[in-house]
Design a protein around this ligand. Structure first.
Ligand SMILES: [Fe+2]
Length: 316
């Protein structure tokens, strides 16, 4: 049994900030859970958190709008290729009509894998998404005026990693971080932390001929995935195990204001993170008011006006 509870958040580097808000909030019905800044580097870049209204771990996808800095990422292997959201069965027609109405690119064919129907669509910056139809997701629906509960996204279903080689990574998932191997389907391998419910699933897509993608913060790429753990103590348990196996590029526990992060690379090159659930978004905004104001960690608060003035104005 893994001490990982499933996903905490996924983080992607997108293009413009308003375009990103329109995609997650207006198109997908996600709540803007927090509006803050990237805590690495000197140049201000937004860090926008989207998820269900409670900001629950496992529903969170976060964005760095890197158009601001003009740094391009390179999509390829050794990266997360697809973010998969969970929706109820019978909802894919609703979403296809919605993508058409919003001018969002989507595939004409619905695909089935591991017994689940999937609809591919694209973020305006090019990042790939699937909606996965599942009746096994009891999480709170992400509603909007024009998104009824029967069709609403429940949270992150899974992620799909693009890997040139899979053998050592398959071993890593099972022996280093205690995921269960759940099966193979063509070039896909599936892993789960528990019973395979949405929010606990990692897929590999074996793409031996795909060139390696970038690891930097750069527009158009998914940068990393964070898995949820309870505490810093559990982060260090994971780190100790990784170190004992020879995976020695695991970070210290870093303060990210709303959680603590420990980063490590899996053998296929994808950046993984263990993020703690012991702090949360209520430290600077009351529940029910998440994402309303621009927030900064204590060590940056005296620079609020200056930083905000250097960022694109966004309307939710
Ligand atoms: Fe993260």
């Amino acid at each position: 049994m893994s001490i990982i509870k499933g996903f905490h958040h996924l983080t992607a580097c997108v293009s413009g900030a308003q375009e990103d808000v329109d995609f997650y909030v207006k198109l997908l019905g996600q709540s803007l859970v927090k509006k803050t800044v990237l805590l690495d580097g000197e140049d201000p870049i937004y860090h926008l958190y989207y998820g269900n209204p409670q900001g629950d771990a496992g529903t969170l996808v976060t964005s760095f709008p890197f158009k601001q800095k003009g740094v391009q990422g390179r999509r390829g292997s050794g990266q997360i290729r697809v973010i998969n959201y969970s929706v109820p069965k019978g909802s894919l027609d609703f979403w296809r009509a919605r993508f058409s109405a919003h001018g969002i690119a989507f595939d004409k064919e619905v695909v089935e894998r591991f017994g689940e129907e999937r609809q591919r669509f694209h973020h305006p910056c090019g990042i790939e998404f699937d909606l996965v139809a599942s009746d096994r997701d009891p999480r709170v629906p992400c509603l909007a005026d024009d998104i009824p509960e029967a069709f609403a996204i429940r949270g992150v279903h899974s992620i799909t990693l693009s890997l040139r080689e899979v053998a050592e990574s398959i071993t890593f998932m099972q022996e280093a971080i205690d995921f269960r191997y759940a099966g193979e389907s063509g070039p896909y391998h599936r892993f789960e932390t528990s019973d395979g419910a949405p929010g606990t699933i990692v897929e590999f897509l074996h793409e031996p001929d795909r060139l390696q993608g970038s690891s930097i913060y750069g527009e158009g790429t998914i940068h990393h995935v964070a898995f949820a753990v309870d505490s810093q103590e559990q982060q260090m348990q994971i780190k100790d195990k990784l170190m004992s196996m020879g995976y020695i590029d695991a970070s210290e526990s870093v303060n990210r204001n709303y959680f603590r992060s420990m980063y490590f690379k899996m053998p296929g090159g994808v950046i993984f993170e263990a993020a703690t659930t012991d702090i949360g978004f209520a430290i600077d905004e009351e529940p029910g008011h998440f994402g309303e104001e621009f927030q900064l960690p204590p060590w940056l608060r005296d620079r609020k006006e200056e930083l905000l003035g250097r960022l694109e104005a966004i309307a939710v």
